[in-house]
Design a protein around this ligand. Structure first.
Ligand code: GP9
Ligand code: MN
Length: 426
């Protein structure tokens, strides 16, 4: 496109000094940390399913509406999970695709525009590539056309060499933007049964997409959102309940096909569902106030659940603030591998430093503070009390440098250069 071409033409070359400096910064940031006991390699040899659930927010988990659980299957899954938390949404304008990028590449969204469309020509060493190097077969399944978010080009760049999109799937049931979660899960079970083991399957759901009221969905969901039917939050509960029912059937299918016991299942929400202007309605539905920044931030979190059959609670350092960028290194280490090509700290790192959750706009969250450089403000996460912005100067500078490094990696396709000689290159 014109944007890509212009970007290429306007781009200055990086000096060798600058490249060396960036490489140094990168290797410093991606030093393999000491991990919590009982996490490294606990899932060695197992299959991996990473499921990105469209618009799944944390607040629906465990929620009862008119006495009925919204997500009974996720609730049960979470009870037996090895690790479960709520993370902050780090996506930018690329929405679903940014979440995929955070999770599979461990890189931040693009500084402007969308990484999946701007940087599909880059050379990555993403999680799928790493797993393929270790003998995994890799596939992605998503019930939309391959062109959406440029996945058809980006997936191969990330090392996903087998993309089962809407075109390859049986089109026997469509809801809203693409094939229904029901048929996608059914067909996924058939595909996974046949897939060479061990596999990594990246499954991206779609039916619970905004505005959550696609034709026929309410009926298939059967959820009674009462007086909130027809509002975004009410229809959201119904759409998520539909997803949850299909998810339950999928887990059952994995069990009956004998796949469950050999498979790590990671489930997360890609980004928040409810737009901010609907927060008063959501507040009424939940019977609580979500008017302050803090309440909004908390309600906007998305779940991240890791389930390794037979593995009870994984130890994690609670002081780490988490986002989706922290997932690929964690998934790799559970399987017994080291992921060195992304910028996120491992979820299971023994956190010696306070590693922040970084948002694309330069704001960041440490364990106790929320810092917004654009407004030169810092607040206490829990109390909302104003803090001295200047006190965060060093941390703010570090965060800006990490985002700048991310942008240099994308703009100049630097990963192959960074990883040369680390044993992580192709
Ligand atoms: C389409 C879907 C879009 O394939 O992933 O989701 P969005 O990015 O709009 O949340
Ligand atoms: Mn999405």
């Amino acid at each position: 496109s014109w944007n890509t071409l212009r970007g290429t033409l306007l781009k200055n070359r990086l000096s060798e000094e600058e490249k060396a400096r960036l490489k140094e910064q990168f290797s410093e940031l991606t030093k393999q940390p000491v991990l919590m006991e009982g996490t490294e390699g606990v899932a060695k040899g197992k299959n991996l399913i990473i499921m990105q659930v469209e618009s799944l927010q944390s607040f629906v988990i465990g929620l009862k509406y008119k006495g009925k659980e919204v997500t009974p299957n996720i609730n049960a899954f979470m009870k037996e999970a090895s690790f479960a938390t709520a993370v902050y949404n780090q996506t930018g304008p690329g929405n679903s695709s940014d979440a995929e990028f955070l999770v599979n590449a461990g890189l931040y969204p693009a500084a402007s525009g969308v990484a999946y469309t701007r940087f599909a020509g880059n050379r990555y060493e993403a999680l799928p590539t790493l797993l393929r190097q270790h003998g995994y077969s890799v596939l992605a399944i998503h019930g939309d056309r391959a062109g959406f978010w440029n996945r058809g080009h980006m997936y191969p760049a990330l090392g996903i060499d087998n993309f089962i999109s809407r075109k390859e799937l049986k089109n026997d049931e469509a809801i809203g933007m693409g094939l229904s979660d029901r048929t996608v899960f059914n067909q996924s079970l058939q595909l996974l049964k046949k897939e060479k083991k061990p596999f990594y399957a990246f499954i991206v759901t779609l039916t619970s997409h905004y505005p959550f009221n696609f034709q026929g969905l309410a009926k298939k969901s059967g959820f009674d959102s009462g007086e909130f039917e027809g509002t975004v939050p009410g229809d959201y509960l119904s759409a998520i309940h539909y997803f949850d029912t299909q998810f339950g059937r999928f887990l059952k299918g994995l069990k009956s096909k004998g796949l469950y016991k050999d498979t790590v299942i990671i489930v997360y929400g890609d980004h928040n569902a409810i737009p901010k202007w609907d927060s008063p309605t959501l507040g009424r539905l939940l019977g609580k106030s979500i008017s302050t920044d803090r309440e909004w931030r908390n309600i906007s979190k998305v779940p991240l659940i890791i389930n390794i059959p037979g593995v009870k609670k994984l130890k994690q350092d609670k002081s780490l603030a988490l986002g989706l960028i922290n997932l690929p290194s964690a998934a790799a280490s559970l399987l017994g591998f080291e992921y060195r090509a992304g910028l996120g700290t491992n979820i299971f790192a023994k956190a010696s430093s306070d590693s922040p959750v970084i948002f694309r706009n330069g704001s960041y969250i440490t364990k106790e503070s929320y810092v917004k450089p654009a407004e030169k403000r810092a607040v206490n996460l829990r109390t909302g009390q104003e803090l001295s912005y200047e006190a965060f100067a060093e941390q703010t500078k570090k965060v800006a440098e990490i985002l700048a490094l991310n942008d240099k990696i994308l703009d100049y396709d630097l990963l192959p250069f960074f990883l040369k000689g680390t044993g992580n290159e192709k």
